[in-house]
Design a protein. Structure first.
Length: 204
């Protein structure tokens, strides 16, 4: 049985839009369902069935004997609060996830990013962010960050503090601070990674 009649785009914004679905419940009754998408009406995933990622999150460690995890503490307007996260962003145009990761890392932290290509490819495939309210997918890019922290390329709409966190700091953040969901799970991976092989978990 078909689960909806039609979909209507309710807003026209450059980065995120609201859609109304004329949906059908399990008893055949009509109701309205709302969701957000970064895609235009022709390219929402319910129509394309695509898994093409809109964005990336960057799991980056420093090139040190005891690698530290690159985190950001960012002000988030919907919360009116600061949240601990990993660097992330949207994929522009024909960028690959790796290209987007290098650009976003530079913009958000000033650091240079070298992508790690080892491990199983399944950990890099796109996954859905929050399918109860959006069709957005995001891919994780793994690698090493080097250089000097800088905010020269920071956007005025983003208030970001860069943190190079060792395992003790990561444990403290997980225990006490506001943390994004995907950031929290990747931070947990970092806690179990060995210093000599920081990406070994990608072989599991």
């Amino acid at each position: 049985m078909k689960k909806y009649h039609q979909i209507h785009q309710l807003t026209d914004n450059p980065f995120l839009n609201l859609y109304q679905m004329d949906a059908i419940d399990t008893k055949g009754r009509d109701f309205r369902y709302f969701f957000a998408s970064r895609n235009d009406a022709e390219h929402i995933k319910i129509r394309t069935k695509s898994l093409q990622p809109e964005g990336i999150v960057i799991y980056a460690v420093t090139d040190e004997p005891q690698p530290r995890l690159v985190l950001i503490r960012q002000y988030r307007y919907p919360l009116d609060a600061y949240l601990y996260e990993l660097p992330a962003g949207l994929i522009d145009g024909n960028e690959t996830p790796g290209m987007a990761a290098a650009r976003e890392m530079k913009e958000e932290t000033g650091l240079d990013f070298a992508e790690y290509a080892g491990g199983k490819e399944c950990y890099r495939r796109p996954f859905f962010m929050g399918p109860g309210f959006t069709d957005e997918t995001s891919a994780t890019v793994f690698g090493t960050a080097i250089g000097i922290i800088s905010d020269v390329q920071a956007e005025a709409t983003e208030e970001i503090q860069v943190i190079l966190a060792d395992k003790e700091r990561v444990r403290q953040i997980l225990a006490e601070e506001r943390v994004s969901m995907r950031g929290a799970y990747l931070m947990m991976h970092y806690l179990h990674a060995g210093s000599d092989k920081p990406f070994a978990f990608l072989d599991a």
